[in-house]
Design a protein around this ligand. Structure first.
Ligand code: SAM
Length: 198
């Protein structure tokens, strides 16, 4: 297993979910799904529940994650169902987006980098969405006190309005904030933004 605590954390969780055949979409993925048409890139795709469903509905998808368990599962489903879905195992800390997409998704990813990398990757995402296409971004924001999944010194909690500010000049289709209780009396606070490139 790699030295990145966050990647190990999720890979262990995904192994358990594969054993239990637990592949339900999370609430953020449910909201994102209708926006994923045409060519789709999902960064930090996890087990691929969202991309598998988008591909089943006709999207052409590239799905990237560092978890070997997640990418193996995505490749297996893509082959079994003959989907236009390509799983790529890569560390997104050093990754360059190749091509232009109708939709780019990063749900629960950007907070796993330091501020400079999180903002640079967000800017790269924006540059690789086609005009008229969409970005679907979900991050943890300030107020989050559940930190167990982070590698020390390698995470970034966005300011409450920071995501919205980053998308100035885009047409914001949806923006919401949600808080969830986490273990040991902690809390996760999320911002989710869906925006169309003008
Ligand atoms: C909170 S999960 C979100 C997964 C999925 N998007 C979802 O909504 O269920 C975070 C994902 O980011 C991935 N991840 C974290 N750090 C990463 C890195 N440096 N490179 C690639 N993937 C990473 C994890 O493997 C995990 O799949």
């Amino acid at each position: 297993m790699d030295a990145n605590h966050s990647i190990s954390f999720f890979d262990n969780q995904f192994q358990k979910q594969v054993r239990e055949q637990s592949f339900a979409l999370n609430p953020f993925e449910e909201v994102a799904l209708p926006y994923l048409t045409g060519s789709v890139l999902d960064l930090g795709c996890g087990l691929g529940n969202l991309v598998v469903e988008a591909a089943r509905r006709g999207a052409s998808v590239v799905a990237v994650d560092a978890s070997p368990t997640a990418i193996a599962r995505i490749q297996q489903v893509a082959a079994e169902e003959k989907l236009a879905l390509r799983g790529v195992q890569a560390d997104l800390k050093n990754y360059q987006i190749d091509g232009q997409f109708d939709s780019i998704v990063a749900i629960g990813l950007l907070m796993f980098f330091d501020r400079a990398r999180a903002l640079a990757l967000l800017e790269e995402i924006q540059q690789h969405v086609k005009p008229g296409g969409r970005a679907v971004i979900n991050v943890l924001i300030e107020g989050t006190t559940f930190l167990g999944m982070f590698q020390l010194g390698h995470y970034y909690l966005f300011g409450r309005d920071e995501l919205e500010q980053c998308f100035a000049g885009w047409h914001v289709l949806a923006l919401n904030y949600q808080a969830f209780s986490a273990p040991e009396n902690t809390e996760k606070v999320f911002a989710t933004l869906i925006a169309e490139k003008i």
